[in-house]
Design a protein around this ligand. Structure first.
Ligand SMILES: [Zn+2]
Length: 351
């Protein structure tokens, strides 16, 4: 044992029992729990603020493998809250998944980190999440969350919903077959304008709170402390000190996803149709998101130039130009990449 530890220590720089000594001392984990953590494989979908915090906590706690899926690049405005990135990453415009993997390698080289610079969509979700024991939500949009929920429920795989915007944080454990799923609690995506970090801002403390709760729930699940897992949707507003919990202990009868097993998002039906339109433009064929132009102009003003009349709202955010119609339809000029268009729409309008 001593010899093996010595060998590990020489190879990895830090001995296992030494590295995790404070966590092994914690009775809920212990040495057996620590070994289970080391054998676990966790996917983190989206590596912005919440994804960074989740990846940082779980990598330090000694999960065996992390697969980090994110299609974006590090920007200076991320540094206020996205804890795995630094100024050099922003200067280089490194993909977030790659920057995260490098950073994790610097503080825990024992974790096997796979960086996937990809947009998670119905066509690739099976490949991207293959072999993962648990899926964590670091996304910023409901479109991807409903897709994750459909996938997780269809495969009976656990996932944890986490979101933070403004000073508000909310999270839910979804254990298919046991607890409520996201569609049990929110049958449909929010319609109309949705608060986003781009339009409402965000406090880094709200991010860290939601990530701390979700990462702890992940650890409980991995070590087999299922009886200790929270069976509610819990939310906090750190600025107003409000706190709420909704029971999620049983699936809702008639739930589309976990009851009827109708996986519309997995089939790609839940998302608005996106087409290329003209040279260097993409159209998002949304029809059910009524937009209040005056309110939208007020929200978008800090982000770029914005103007509207009764029929159309135009928003310029270099190098893109977004034309928004009252029913939610949008034309985004400046890209032919539908994933970029979808991501811009989710950031500024909603998802
Ligand atoms: Zn359900």
């Amino acid at each position: 044992m001593a010899q093996e530890a010595l060998k590990n220590g020489a190879a990895q720089g830090v001995d296992f029992t030494e590295r995790y000594s404070r966590q092994i001392l914690y009775p809920g984990i212990g040495e057996e729990g620590q070994r289970k953590l080391g054998a676990s494989r966790v996917a983190i979908v989206g590596c912005g603020a919440t994804g960074s915090a989740l990846a940082g906590l779980l990598a330090r706690s000694g999960v065996g493998a992390l697969r980090i899926i994110d299609r974006d690049y590090v920007e200076p405005s991320n540094l206020q809250r996205q804890s795995l990135f630094d100024e050099a990453d922003a200067a280089e415009s490194l993909p977030k998944a790659v920057a995260a993997a490098r950073k994790i390698g610097g503080f825990n080289s024992e974790v096997k980190v796979e960086a996937k610079v990809e947009d998670l969509v119905p066509a690739n979700i099976e490949t991207l999440l293959e072999g993962m024991d648990l899926i964590l939500d670091g996304t910023d949009n409901f479109e991807t969350r409903y897709l994750l929920n459909d996938f997780a429920v269809s495969q009976s795989r656990p996932w944890i919903y986490s979101a933070a915007v403004g000073s508000y944080a909310v999270t839910l454990n979804v254990m298919p077959g046991e607890t409520a799923c996201l569609a049990c609690i929110f049958p449909d995506s929010p319609r109309g304008m949705v608060e986003t970090c781009e339009t409402s801002g965000i406090l880094n403390s709200a991010v860290n709170l939601v990530a701390s709760i979700a990462a702890t729930e992940a650890m409980k699940l991995i070590v087999g402390a299922n009886d200790r897992m929270r069976r509610t949707l819990v939310s906090f507003d750190l600025w107003t000190n409000e706190h709420a919990e909704i029971s999620a202990s049983t699936p809702r009868t008639g739930c589309r996803a976990c009851g009827e097993r109708d996986f519309v998002h997995l089939a790609g039906e839940g998302r608005p149709h996106i087409t290329l339109c003209g040279r260097n433009s993409v159209q998002i064929h949304e029809r059910q998101r009524p937009i209040d132009f005056a309110e939208m102009e007020r929200r978008l003003r800090p982000q770029g130039t914005v103007r509207h009349n009764d029929f159309v709202l135009k928003f310029w955010h270099e190098p893109y130009e977004m034309t928004l119609f009252p029913d939610g339809r949008a034309i985004i000029k400046g890209t032919t990449d539908t994933a970029v268009a979808r991501s811009l729409y989710a950031r500024y309008v909603g998802s």
